[in-house]
Design a protein around this ligand. Structure first.
Ligand code: CAA
Length: 393
């Protein structure tokens, strides 16, 4: 059973089927993922067997209709499941999140039946793994100016350019790639392609050595005139940036959920430690300084969780959820950084060592403020929506 069922209070949508799913994912995460997390972090080894087992549980294509190999679940269930996985291992959570939110989702929304049959189905079943290649060395926060080119050739396109910080880039079978057919057209020249990573010219040119989430690969990819047939154009010519930004709206709910899991792990460890650790003749949980840390952690965690579920529910209801997703990611990632920092403080000298998972939680938390849009970009997105009427006039 989940450690804190009160977190569902006031959420009638969390019905018995969702609770059952969460209990199953929680049990798997506790028994199979958590015991491996420190080793995966130390070795940077890709959690192949865990991903295989998560595939069998239907977790790699959670929101994809059953017709296309997925589990046909809603976004709220996805957010809850990701939190459970991230509470055990943040690296595993981002591998799952990228495959679901950044790869399966655009194929599901924008793909033709042929593309869904050929690419989405094996990705949703977890028989194949995907990555999302938008960022470039000179274009992280500003993808509209990307330089990777797609040149028209007989029957398709040739893609040339470099992509940076691509999660799953080393292991992916298929890559969602954004490239421009005409740089002079600005974002209206950007297109989205499905690239088979076995295609000649596809290269993993560098693997990043990172602060956290070490068991998920972060790759630089070089596309050396990679030929992509017409059938691999996702959406229409010039729709690429909209596909990317629409996809990232959903992705941000995934990263918010990952941040919640990291926070929860640090929070629970802090409560345990504070109850057991004695100083001045009593458990440190009796000290008001520690109680205030715990109270603030609980409040920030639940606040971020409710924003994340609200964004997920807006998406499930078919409402515009750009602002809600940005708020969820901003709140959850900043809560994760704050909670993991305080968690180390509660653990004192022990928290600074690898003996306690809060050290890993702290390192893993930082990336959630950066990828899929930095906190500053989330603020821009939120402010743009708040000033939408002003900007129109
Ligand atoms: N959904 C769909 N379309 C959208 C959209 C959205 N959420 N937001 C904007 N658009 C459309 C606009 O309507 C506009 O189209 P028209 O000109 O036809 O009206 C077009 O996209 C451009 O819009 P803007 O002028 O508002 O866009 P911008 O260039 O000023 O950028 C931004 C806005 C918010 C800064 C955006 O670029 C952004 O989110 N940047 C961050 C990118 C990011 O998150 N990168 C992470 C990469 S993935 C990753 O992290 C790797 C990994 O593996 C985990």
């Amino acid at each position: 059973m989940n450690t804190d069922s009160t977190m569902y209070q006031g959420w009638p949508e969390v019905d018995e089927s969702k609770k059952l799913l969460i209990e199953q994912v929680h049990a798997f995460a506790e028994s199979k993922i958590k015991p491996m997390a420190a080793k995966l972090d130390a070795t940077g080894e890709f959690p192949k067997e865990i991903i295989q087992q998560l595939s069998e549980m239907g977790i790699m294509g959670m929101m994809v209709p059953e017709q296309w190999g997925g589990s046909g679940m809603d976004t709220v269930s996805y957010a809850m499941a990701l939190e459970e996985i991230a509470a055990a291992c943040a690296s595993t959570a981002v591998i799952v999140s990228v495959n679901n939110s950044l790869v399966c989702a655009p194929l599901n929304y924008f793909g033709s039946d042929l593309q869904k049959q050929k690419y989405l189905t094996p990705l949703a079943q977890g028989k194949k793994l995907g990555c999302f290649a938008l960022s470039e060395p000179g274009h992280g926060s500003d993808p509209a100016g990307l330089e990777c080119s797609a040149t028209r050739v007989a029957g398709g396109f040739k893609i040339r350019g470099t992509k940076n910080w691509i999660t799953n880039g080393k292991e992916a079978d298929y890559c969602i790639v954004f490239a421009t057919v005409d740089k002079t057209q600005g974002h209206k020249g950007i297109c989205c392609f499905i690239v088979d990573t076995k295609a000649p010219g596809f290269q993993v040119s560098k693997l990043e050595d990172k602060l956290g989430i070490t068991a998920s690969s972060t790759a630089q990819l070089f596309f050396d005139d990679v030929y992509v047939p017409d059938e691999c154009l996702l959406g229409k010519i010039g729709e690429g940036l909209k596909i990317a930004l629409n996809t990232l709206d959903g992705g941000r709910i995934g990263i918010a959920s990952q941040a919640l899991g990291i926070s929860r792990s640090a929070f629970e460890s802090s409560k345990r430690f504070a109850s057991e650790r004695e100083q001045f003749g009593a458990p440190i949980a009796k000290l008001q300084a520690i109680q205030w840390f715990i109270a603030d952690m609980a409040t920030r965690l639940q606040g971020a969780r409710l924003l994340t579920w609200a964004a997920a529910r807006s998406k499930d209801l078919g409402l515009k959820f750009t602002k809600e997703a940005a708020m969820a990611k901003l709140a959850a990632s900043e809560a994760a950084m704050w909670i993991t920092t305080k968690a180390i403080q509660v653990h004192g000298g022990y928290g600074y060592t690898k003996e306690y998972s809060v050290e890993r939680n702290f390192r893993d938390a930082k990336i959630t403020e950066i990828y899929e849009g930095t906190s500053e970009i989330q603020r821009l997105v939120i402010a743009a929506q708040e000033f939408a009427n002003v900007n129109k006039s």
